[in-house]
Design a protein. Structure first.
Length: 77
C-alpha cells in the first residue's frame, strides 16, 4: 500500500466516504428524506465513521483507541 501521509489515503476512509455518499443518495431518493430524526441519525452515524478514522490517524494510530481510553480511565492521564 505504500507510505500513507494523510488519512484520506487510507482505503478504509475512502470506503467510508463512498458509504456516506451512497447513504446520501438513498436518503434523497426515498421516503427517508421526510423522516427527519432517522435521516439525521443515519447521516450522523455515517459521518462519525469517517471522523473516527481521521481522529485515529491523527493520534498516530499506533495504539488502538480502546487501549488509550482504558489508560485514561485507569490513570487519569
Amino acid at each position: 500500500m505504500g507510505n500513507i501521509q494523510r488519512f484520506e489515503d487510507l482505503e478504509i476512509w475512502q470506503k467510508a466516504r463512498i458509504l456516506n455518499q451512497n447513504l446520501f443518495r438513498l436518503i434523497s431518493d426515498t421516503q427517508l428524506q421526510k423522516d427527519f430524526k432517522l435521516r439525521e441519525q443515519i447521516n450522523g452515524a455515517a459521518g462519525s465513521i469517517m471522523d473516527n478514522i481521521a481522529e485515529g490517524f491523527e493520534r498516530d494510530g499506533t495504539k488502538p483507541l480502546c487501549t488509550k481510553s482504558a489508560e485514561v480511565y485507569f490513570t487519569g492521564d
